[in-house]
Design a protein around this ligand. Structure first.
Ligand code: GLN
Length: 536
């Protein structure tokens, strides 16, 4: 394989422009030309990883196969590229500093003063190149979190500047900015972009390509003006205007030849054809779907859809494969109770009870589950959602009215969900849950087996509590079956009520393992059950 090429994606003007989507879309296009691509995210915050961050701060915490609690952009990378990421794909300032300080304590710096330049920047550069050095990739795309000009992103930008110098044509910088439309003046404004590029230039980086986020398509003159003021080739001023789905973005970029421009600038041939058949079929299904499927997510972070990002995308992918538009409703679990449950859930085709932590909002989850179980609505419980299924069943069917998880009540007389043995004496909260992919043995004939069509699967986890096996027989003899079990530990991974049409809970998070070209089998099966109901 030729030398690995490094592409950096920085952002300017404001955050939340969708740098992750642009990075993933470019990655998709290079992959569709037959190149091996990986994408990584470098975040300037000091937390070691986002695992301890509240979803209000940072949206969903994504989990990689190797058990890293990661930024949600890694979810986009996997959904677009259909290849797994790992701990090496997400680095924070915290991890960089931790490594450097550990080295300093070991005496690695031989009496030198440890400084941001060169020690922190060297560590950043070393981390940027870890995946490239495996020899597995033609392209390593690195998204730099935050916005240029932020104090905390300076060491990252400086590292990119140095790498640019060291790698020459094997390195390319893409800068994403915003071109706002000022309604009162009926004009789009390029000044914020000019300022943002100037900031980058002051820090020693001249971007090779600009991606302009805009609401509507921009005129040629505007792109010409940006090119002229920012020292960027006119054909390298790419626009990323609003589209109905993030999965359209690769097509928008391909139409402007972005992948070709990247290849040309890096001295590579652009002869290989773009192979996007499966991707385009997916988009076609999305564009032409007429019928709708109405799914409600019951959770406590409903004001913040990013908190359930992977679930939203998994539902959307599965709905699209079933040629349905997804009508997603967020139902606030704190506002849900037995009195309003029919009003709020009655017209849904299916209910997904979301993952989560702590007591807040669980009573609403119980109300939703009781209603769903008694009315045979297709229902999917994920992680805490599955644990709530177990508790609700224990209380209402088994008559153990005080049943609970010890997470919610340490002193419950019926600990149907209990802390895992290995979690009991932990003193450190960061990175210490049961994380990452584990095997699960699926019982033949179950809904889970129908979905996966396999007796052995692997899915990703993020939890501290588990189904208490002491109650297994009682549950099973009363109609709730444990149909997925970890073969090494006996931990219950899947529960279902076979008498109902589709009532399945998983201790694992199947949403972390669902991509555009390979939707997750359980989400597919769930949507199939809900659309059967629509057909009735
Ligand atoms: N709070 C529960 C546990 O730790 C569920 C976690 C989750 O939903 N991710 O087991």
């Amino acid at each position: 394989m030729a030398e690995t090429k490094y592409i950096f994606v920085t952002g300017g003007v404001v955050s939340s422009l969708g740098k992750g989507i642009v990075a993933a879309s470019l990655g998709k296009l290079l992959q569709a030309r037959g190149y091996q691509v990986t994408i990584q995210k470098f975040d300037p915050y000091i937390n070691i990883d986002p695992g301890t961050l509240n979803p209000y701060e940072h949206g969903e915490c994504y989990v990689t196969e190797d058990g890293h609690e990661a930024d949600l952009d890694l979810g986009h990378y996997e959904r677009f590229l259909n290849i797994p990421t790992s701990k090496a794909n997400n680095i924070t300032t915290g991890r960089i500093y931790q490594n450097v300080i550990n080295k300093e304590r070991r005496g690695d710096f031989l009496g030198k003063t440890v400084q941001v330049v060169p020690h922190i920047t060297d560590e950043i550069k070393r981390n940027i190149m870890i995946l490239g050095k495996t020899g597995k990739y033609d392209f390593v795309i690195t998204e730099i979190g935050g916005t240029v000009g932020d104090i905390e992103s300076l060491p990252f930008i400086e590292s990119v500047r140095q790498l640019r110098w060291e790698l020459g044509q094997n390195c390319l910088c893409i800068h994403l900015t915003y071109v706002p439309y000022i309604a009162a003046a009926k004009e789009v404004k390029t000044k914020p972009t000019q300022h943002s590029v100037k900031t980058l230039q002051e820090q020693g980086i001249q971007p090779n390509i600009l991606v302009l986020r805009t609401e509507n398509e921009l005129s040629k003159q505007i792109c010409h003006k940006v090119a002229l003021f920012c020292n960027v080739d006119e054909n390298a001023v790419i626009q990323s205007y609003d589209v109905p789905s993030i999965y359209e973005v690769p097509i928008v970029l391909a139409k402007q030849g972005m992948d070709k421009i990247v290849l040309q600038k890096m001295g590579m041939s652009s002869e290989r054809k773009l192979e996007l058949t499966a991707w385009n079929n997916f988009l076609e299904n999305m564009r032409t779907a007429e019928k709708t499927v109405k799914i409600g997510i019951v959770g406590k972070y409903v004001e913040l859809p990013d908190a359930y990002k992977s679930i939203n995308e998994s539902l959307l992918q599965a709905a699209t494969y079933h040629k349905r538009k997804l009508d997603l409703r967020y139902i606030h679990s704190e506002k849900l109770n037995e009195d309003n449950v029919v009003k709020l859930l009655g017209d849904l085709d299916g209910i997904l009870v979301a993952p989560g932590f702590g007591q807040r909002g669980v009573d609403g989850k119980f109300a939703a589950l009781k209603y769903a179980r008694e009315n045979d609505k297709p229902t999917f419980g994920v992680c805490l959602g599955m644990q709530c299924m177990v508790i609700e069943f224990a209380r209402d069917v088994l008559g153990l009215t005080e049943a609970n998880s010890t997470e919610m009540n340490e002193y419950t007389p019926y600990k149907v969900i209990d802390i895992m043995e290995g979690q009991k004496n932990l003193t450190v909260m960061g990175g210490s849950m049961r994380l990452g992919s584990y095997d699960c043995k699926i019982e033949k004939g179950s809904k889970a087996y129908e979905a996966y069509k396999s007796e052995l699967i692997r899915e990703r986890h993020r939890h501290r509590y588990e189904f208490n096996n002491e109650y297994k027989e009682l549950f099973e003899s009363n109609g709730m079956k444990c149909t997925g079990i970890n073969p090494d530990t006996g931990l219950v991974e899947v529960v279902e009520i076979p008498a109902l049409r589709w009532y399945v809970g998983t201790q694992f998070h199947p949403e972390y393992n669902s991509t555009v070209v390979k939707p997750n089998p359980l989400f597919m099966s769930f949507i199939e059950a809900t659309t059967n109901e629509v057909n009735k």
